[in-house]
Design a protein around this ligand. Sequence first.
Ligand SMILES: [Zn+2]
Length: 188
Amino acid sequence: MLKIEIDPSDLRREKGLIFVQNFNFIENSLREFILKLRSNLLFSNSQIAHFVQEKNAACVQCALVYPLSPPPKESYAHMLFECPVLETLKFEITEENQTLKFLLNNENAVMGSMNQNPVKRTAENIFMSAFNFIYYKNRNANRIITAKFLVKSIFNLINVETDKIELLTAINMLKASDLYLNDGEENR
Ligand SMILES: [Zn+2]
């Protein structure tokens, strides 16, 4: 399992994630996912393969996208940030969009946003958690995950009627993505 050293400046990250986990305005399934992430209760395929004999330890997305090379094992780190398919998805979503660049920081992916601004920090944590949640849930289905699918699914997950500034900021971050606009579902 990935060992994460906690230093005092990381407490802000941890508190930020706890805040989102307790945020009543987002879906319970997403809040539960954050709890599992924080408690090390998310399991990669290689971890499950240790105790379930018929489980394949390989990363399904790597096997689908690079069928000619033997797929790497899906370790915890591979599942959360090392997977090249996942990395490419993050690049595709953040391209041309400065406000989404935080997604490319691997520590953010596991420990939460370091943004100094509390509203932006919460918005980034909502977005990042939703991204991880959708990827986690869909990665083992026998189908390549696309950036468009992720953007659409994140939007469906976090787009609720609200006047909460943190949530509105997260929704606006997503709407600013090229992939969202190209979908043609929303007129400006
Ligand atoms: Zn992979």
